[in-house]
Design a protein around this ligand. Structure first.
Ligand code: FES
Length: 70
């Protein structure tokens, strides 16, 4: 199985980023970057990290989504 690198600068895979978001309930980009290292280099992958965060937020129950808005 080939690795799907997400952040080339720090060799972080997409699955690692998703796992960090879900396991740590990290819904803000700096927290995800701190936990995984993704996005701490050139920054090219930061928009994709935000997309993953947004995707994972949509998986939450509506009440949890509302709490994140405030
Ligand atoms: S590709 Fe992620 S910081 Fe450069």
């Amino acid at each position: 199985m080939s690795r799907k690198l997400f952040c080339l600068c720090n060799e972080v895979e997409e699955s690692e980023v998703r796992k960090a978001i879900r396991k740590g309930e990290l819904y803000f980009l700096p927290a995800v970057s701190e936990a995984t290292g993704a996005g701490t280099g050139c920054g090219r992958c930061r928009s994709r990290i935000q997309e993953l965060i947004d995707e994972e937020k949509k998986r939450l129950p509506a009440i949890r989504q509302l709490k994140l808005e405030f």
